[in-house]
Every structure is written in structure tokens, then in C-alpha cells.
Design a protein around this ligand. Sequence first.
Ligand code: PMP
Ligand code: GLN
Length: 387
Amino acid sequence: LASKLPEIGTTIFTVMSKLALEHKSINLGQGFPDFNPDQKLLTLVTDAMNAGHNQYPYMPGVEPLRQVIADKVSALYGKQYDKDSEITVTSGATEAIMAAVTAVVHTGDEVIVIEPCYDSYVPAIRLAGGIPVRVSMRPPETLDETFEIDWNKVSDAITPRTRMIILNFPHNPTGAVLKQDDLDALEQIVTNTNILLLSDEVYEHIIFAPQGHISLASRDSLAERSFVISSFGKTTHTTGWKVGYCCAPANLTAELRKVHQFMVFTVPSPFQYALAQYTGNPETYRKLPEFYRAKRDRLQQGLLNTKFRPLDCPGTFFLLADYSEISDMNESDFSIWLTKEHGVTVIPVAAFYGDPLSDSSNHKIVRFCFAKQDATLDRAVDQLMSL
Ligand code: PMP
Ligand code: GLN
């Protein structure tokens, strides 16, 4: 069989979670909470089921949820999307990304991704017949820095065939966040071009930087060419429900929906109604930075008592840490060894690069997920103290 994705294997998150299970290792790898969402939200799901919301909901998403999304984005980022023609509820951010790329990328189009990058972008581009163009972030030189996007490199990567740039801030896996300067640079690059933007903002509410999250929706010149994508999985501790959304101008939304309707058609109705009621109260996401800051600090402080050296983490629920005092192994071997021999599972950052084994992808840094109960984080740190 001639594979359409010859270089793609099973996603690193599934590989590492399986290994963690096999070795009964504490799983700080794949990004998901090990605690339940708010009981109120759970009750709202059964309420929705009992109220009869058990059949196909409206294809682009139920009206109350699209209204809540429109109101939230308008309140936070000052951009009023039309709930009927510009907002689509999707099966997680993953489907929004796949549907957007499938809808607008043609054979031979180039799509710029910023490495290290989330692992669903490149397969989406390839399936659409596009050509991924990887631009690396600048790795940190000291531990109080983080990876940074180099806009000169992005600019140099633009060609007449560039169709789209995919951005993801707050950034998985590095935790990097956007500043207004970044938006200025991006604006300069795309002005007077036909380049579209896909902005994966699933960690928009998990941000510790003083400036808060800066959405591409907040600037009209960018929003007019952007698919702005987010996910309730991160915001409500429900990664298994797979409810996300995409905000985009009507012409882009129309194309996205053509794909969405045949990819999944729609998204389970009880979850949509429950999330509409729950997220209608802004307190539900306003509390997140405080909640996750405490967990980040707990893990960061804990790791300072080990030979790991944690980096700065201005956003997301992932913390990077350097292990060069512990081992010379490459990141993949180190992560497997840590699971098998020390009972803690992490993700090699190199897995977010096109060539995970090359020296330029290996900075002796691994990713810890701190969306875990305090007791889980403490147990993991205890195990790492013996290294
Ligand atoms: N984008 C990024 C950057 C992610 O980390 C994730 C993962 N959880 C997703 C997209 C996928 O989100 P969802 O689970 O809503 O499909
Ligand atoms: N986004 C999650 C992570 O980075 C994983 C999601 C998935 O496994 N599809 O860990």
C-alpha cells in the first residue's frame, strides 16, 4: 500500500501514555488532567440528556453555545463574530485544524509551521497535498528564557506559494506566549498578501504572563484572514469530550463547514448544551490562571530539588526542564528510560520536530504536564529526587 503519510507513525502522546500504563509510571506526558471537571458541569450534561438533547444537533453547533462563544470572544478580545456565519463548534481543536487546512490548502501550496510544533499540523497539510515549511524557534540560552519565534526567519520562508501560516500561542510544548510586537511583525509579513492564518489558541485561558493572552482575533487586519481555534477540553478539564470551535470570517467559515459536515457532521449535543450553560459564566475560565499557576509553581519548585532544571513557563499546562546534568541520552531515549527505570513519564520535545533524532531537534529538554492533582505532582518529584 502506498501510504499517504509515509513518515507518520502513532502520535507521541499515545505512545508515551501506553508506555506509562505498561510500566505503571506516573504519567506527566500526554496533556490531560487526572482530576474530574466541576460536578456542576457533569450534572448539566445529564440535565441536557434528560431534557431530550440526544439527537443530531444543528450541524455548525447549537445556538446557545455559539452565542456564548461570540460573547466571550467579544468581551475578551474585542472582536464581534457573527454566531450564525462565523462560529463553528467542532470535534475538539483537532477537527477544526484538520477541517480548516483541508478546506483551503490546495496541492502544492506551502504552509509554514513553527517548530517545535503540535503534531497534528503537518499530517493535515500533507493530506491536503500541501507542503509543510518548518521554521524553527530560537531555543533558550539561559534557564529564565523560553523558546522564541524568529519573525525574520518566518519572513524569509515566505514564497509566492505560501498559502497559510499556522501559529499556536500559548505554545505547546514550550509555553511561549504572544506579545503585541509579535502581532506587529506578523501583520507586516501578511499585509498585501493572500496568506491565511490558522491560530491554535487552545491554551488561551492558561496564561501566567502579565499581558494575558493576545488573540489574533484582537487585531482586525489579522482576524480577517484567520481561523481562530480553541478547545473546551483545556478550559473545563474535559479533554475526553472533544468539543472545540473555530471563529473565522464568513467566507472562510463557509469553506470550513463544507468539510466539517462530512468529517464529523456535528458534535455530541449534551456536551454542547452543558458547556453553553457552564461557560456562560466567565468565572469558570477566569479562575484558570490562578488554579494552574499554583500547580506550575509546585512542579517547578519540586524540580529545583532534583537535577532537572526547569525553564520559564508563561503559559499552557506544560513545563519544560533540562536534564543535561542527568544524562547524555537523546530526548526520546531519555524519556523511555525515565518511564521504565524511574516511573515518571514525560514527552521529548524533539518529537515536535520534523526530525526527532537530529542534533538540532535535541536540546536535552523534556515536557512535563502539570494538569495533575498535587499529590500526583509530589509523587513524581519524589521519584525524580533519586536521580
Ligand atoms: N492544539 C494543541 C496545541 C494542543 O495541545 C491540543 C491538545 N490537546 C490540541 C490542539 C487538540 O485539542 P482537542 O483535544 O480539543 O482536539
Ligand atoms: N495536546 C495533548 C498534548 O500535547 C495531547 C492530545 C492528544 O493526544 N491528541 O499532550
